[in-house]
Design a protein around this ligand. Sequence first.
Ligand code: SF4
Length: 133
Amino acid sequence: MASLLCPSSTARPGAALFGVQTATGQIEYLDEPVIIDQTFVDKARQGRAPEERFRFASNCAKSGCGHWDSGQAGCSLVGKIVDAMNRKADDTLVACAIRTNCRWYHQEGARACASCDEVVRNVRTQETLALAG
Ligand code: SF4
């Protein structure tokens, strides 16, 4: 199986841009992911941190990531997020171009997608986890 994608990746060349934050702070998902290059990263870093305005996906680093739970062989972050958000899974999933390979969806299914549009790396994720204690 192809490597699953982390949907909370940083902006770096080769990452897939799949969502853009709207004026209301939620995420609008692109119809197709866009692989970003160094030029995009350089321009995006001239403003507010790109991870606060966009969503990027890249291969899950597994044991190379601090959120990896080797006992569960999965990402520990998504479980904390869905528990903290406590949102009911929508009957109709939002269209998302990376779902087939998304680690969070793979682990938590529709519950992950129900919380995902609020998550912006380094900002809301931290707030959510802080609230969760
Ligand atoms: S959790 Fe759902 S909405 Fe979020 S990136 Fe994965 S598939 Fe897309």
